[in-house]
Write a protein that binds this ligand. Structure first.
Ligand code: HEC
Length: 160
């Protein structure tokens, strides 16, 4: 009834899992060149999801700004935009051209990343103003923060 056999068992199991992973690794390594294409597609798809999140959240905010829906969720939408903006640059770090990105995203990386970081900072500040002073007070900083179009004008080639 001691716990020793259980520990010994676990150690053996870990050993056999390691052996198993090693064998799977040996099989996967020769397949790697085939998976590169799929990975590129995933990189593009991932940054598209991030942009769609920004799009949905700012569309919801736009409806509130046009006074057609109550403003109770305004701060939450702003925080969602700020959080998403802070993750956006990571999605562009892998240098995978294509999608709707112009190649200048990577050849002008210093400018592109500055714009993205500024966008993240400004949206975070606007969310903070909304939290502390209310959404009406945050209005002007919201408009300043949403630099979507000025970045798209330079770095996005709309295909649809
Ligand atoms: C610093 C630059 C930058 C900012 C800021 C930015 N975007 Fe984008 N956006 C891009 C780039 C580059 C693409 C092209 C991505 C791709 O397909 O490779 C893009 C693509 C998109 C797309 C198209 C996605 C698709 O279906 O292919 C939408 C929608 C979008 N952005 C919405 C927004 C909204 C809304 C904001 C602001 C709240 C915003 N973006 C802010 C650079 C930016």
């Amino acid at each position: 009834m001691s716990t020793r056999p259980a520990i010994a068992n676990r150690a053996t199991r870990a050993g056999s899992i390691r052996q198993h992973l090693f064998a799977v690794g040996l099989i996967l390594v020769p397949l790697c060149p085939l998976t590169v294409h799929a990975a590129d597609k995933d990189v593009i798809e991932y940054r598209t999801h991030i942009m769609h999140t920004l799009n949905e959240q700012s569309a919801a905010l736009g409806q509130i700004l046009s006074a057609s829906v109550p403003d109770a969720n305004a701060q939450a939408h702003l925080e969602a935009i700020a959080l998403t903006a802070s993750t956006a640059l990571k999605a562009f770090e892998p240098k995978v051209t294509g999608g709707e990105s112009k190649a200048t995203v990577w050849s002008n990386w210093a400018d592109f990343s500055k714009r993205m970081n500024d966008f993240a900072r400004l949206t975070r500040e606007a969310a903070k103003v909304a939290k502390e002073k209310g959404f009406t007070a945050a209005g002007p900083s919201v408009i300043d923060a949403l630099t979507c179009k000025s970045c798209h004008d330079v770095y996005r080639e709309e295909k649809k």
